[in-house]
Write a protein that binds this ligand. Structure first.
Ligand code: FE2
Length: 247
């Protein structure tokens, strides 16, 4: 099964609002065109969007997101990030005709079980998984232990070496990583770091997908960006592989 992992689109209030001279709408439009092209040459079963869909949580930005995602005619999971506003996401979702969004935290195919995890703390940039959500996640891992388990969330769980984002990563990443090791989770995917990074440890792969809007320069602690952007194609086969598509 192949999936596309999009993250950190940061759609602003309108097309005229750029962020650091980057137009997130232009990048997102381009990425959608690319996904459409790639879908015609290889089978894409699922798209996972791991948060910061919008920059400021505007309803119209979510409506734009849903219209574009629906046009791809592929099932998709939308996870929220620290820049998103759940209430506004829900308003847009109720007003738009959506056929392809998966309204469940879980997605199954023959051999993989994909679970999305909420890491957002209202009003904060850092992430945290509540004790209740961790306990529920563990139950889901146990129930589906005969599958290969992949989890997706917004905040990154391993520091990428770039202070501007490592200062606000997943606060209780140790607990999450221990849980994933214990239940032999195969894959953890996230965004938030605006950095493309992959770790292999034992049988687990942890991946941070590149942002759709822009990347932070590696290692910086002030605001400096690269205009490169993109997404990952994850091949969930027995030899898991990741293609980073960068533009
Ligand atoms: Fe974020």
């Amino acid at each position: 099964m192949k999936a596309i992992h999009l993250t950190d689109i940061h759609l602003t209030l309108s097309r005229d609002n750029k962020i650091f001279n980057v137009n997130p709408y232009e990048n997102f439009d381009f990425v959608c065109e690319e996904i459409y092209r790639i879908k015609n040459i290889t089978d894409i079963a699922l798209i996972i969007v791991s948060g910061d869909i919008t920059n400021d949580g505007d309803v119209d930005a979510y409506k734009y997101f849903f219209k574009k995602m629906e046009s791809l005619k592929t099932p998709y999971i939308a996870i929220l990030g620290n820049h998103d506003i759940k209430n506004n996401f829900d308003i847009a979702l109720a007003e738009e005709k959506t056929q392809y969004i998966i309204n469940s935290r879980q997605y199954k195919n023959k051999s993989w079980h994909i679970i999305s995890v909420d890491t957002v703390v209202e009003g904060e940039d850092f992430g945290f998984i509540s004790n209740n959500n961790l306990a529920e996640l563990e139950r889901e891992m146990i129930e589906n232990s005969h599958f290969n388990i992949a989890i997706f969330m917004h905040h990154h769980a391993i520091s990428v070496g770039t202070p501007i984002v490592d200062n606000c990563m997943l606060n209780n990443s140790k607990e999450l990583l221990a849980l994933c090791e214990k239940h032999q989770v195969k894959f953890i995917g996230s965004g938030h770091a605006h950095t493309s990074r992959i770790w292999h440890h034992n049988t687990m792969v942890t991946s941070v997908a590149p942002a759709v809007v822009f990347q932070w320069l590696p290692g910086i602690d002030t605001v400096k960006i690269s205009k490169g952007f993109g997404f990952n194609i994850i091949d969930f086969s027995s030899d898991l592989s990741i293609t980073s598509c960068i533009y």
